[in-house]
Structure formats: structure tokens, C-alpha cells
Design a protein around this ligand. Structure first.
Ligand code: DQA
Length: 149
């Protein structure tokens, strides 16, 4: 089944993209990235919704809401919660919607506490270190997924 409806979920501090440590996270804003993803989704004829929050519980709520919204694929950058949140991991496991974990920076080339991810092993795949292009690559994968079968 081709993917019809993608949800992009962004965790804490990603609302600051553009001004937040640009040497690590780049100069693009979250709006720039989401607008580009939206254009790609539109030309592919699928629906794409973007969501950002700084609150762990709100991320859990949004993940839980996804099946009711008919979401069939998730791109998620959990931000710092990547390295701490059993609750987000459990929510992603519970909804059982395929997802790609995206990080702008290469978390493995940074501080040791960023090397561990609570979601990588339940993700379809992980993209990190490719800047905002990681989201485009993940969306391109989602668009291809299911088309061959
Ligand atoms: C991040 C990496 C995390 O370690 C960090 O806490 C973030 C952003 C990234 O996209 O590179 O907030 O997820």
C-alpha cells in the first residue's frame, strides 16, 4: 500500500532552528523545512502534517492521535528526548506506524550522552548528520515505499 498521509513530528528546541547553534543545525528555519516537505508532498499527491512541541507529553499525545488521523507514516526528530524518553518510545511502539528517526546532526560524532537513542531500534531506519536534507530523504523513502509491491 502506498503511503497516503505523513506526519512530521519535531521535538524540543527545534522551533529555534535558524538561530540555534547554526554551525551544528544549519541556517534554515523549521518553517523553511516544513514548507519544502509540504511542496514535495503536494506534488506527490499525499497529505503531510507537521507538528512541533517542546513538551514530552504533547509528543506522546500527538503520536497516540496519529492512528485516529489516518497517518500511515511518521518522520520524527525527537530532539533531546531521543536520549531520555521511554514514554515516546512506548507511544511509537503502541501505535505501530512505521517511522524514520531523523537528526540534523550526527549524534554519534557528538557527546557520549547523544550516542544512545531510545527509538532507533524500533525505527524503520535512522538518518543523521545530513542536516535538513535528512527530512527530504526520509520523505522520499516514504513516497517510494509500497509503490513497488
Ligand atoms: C538533534 C540531536 C539531539 O541530540 C539534540 O538534543 C537536538 C537535535 C538533531 O536533530 O541533531 O535537539 O535531534
Amino acid at each position: 500500500m502506498p503511503v497516503q498521509s505523513v506526519l512530521v513530528i519535531q521535538g524540543p528546541n527545534l522551533n529555534l532552528l535558524g538561530t540555534r547553534q547554526p554551525a551544528i543545525y544549519g541556517h534554515e528555519t523549521l518553517n523553511d523545512i516544513h514548507a519544502r516537505l509540504q511542496r514535495t508532498a503536494q506534488s506527490a499527491g499525499i497529505s503531510l502534517t507537521s507538528f512541533q512541541t517542546n513538551h514530552e507529553g504533547a509528543l506522546v499525545d500527538r503520536i497516540q492521535q496519529a492512528p485516529r488521523d489516518g497517518i500511515d507514516f511518521i518522520l520524527m526528530n525527537p530532539g533531546a528526548y531521543t536520549h531520555t524518553s521511554v514514554a515516546i518510545r512506548d507511544a511509537l511502539s503502541a501505535v505501530n506506524i512505521p517511522f524514520i528517526e531523523v537528526h540534523l546532526s550526527n549524534i554519534h560524532a557528538r557527546e557520549a550522552f547523544r550516542h544512545r537513542s531510545f527509538v532507533s531500534d524500533i525505527a524503520l531506519g535512522t538518518i543523521c548528520g545530513l542536516g535538513s536534507q535528512g527530512y527530504d530523504l526520509a520523505l522520499s523513502y516514504a513516497l517510494q515505499r509500497g509503490k513497488e509491491s
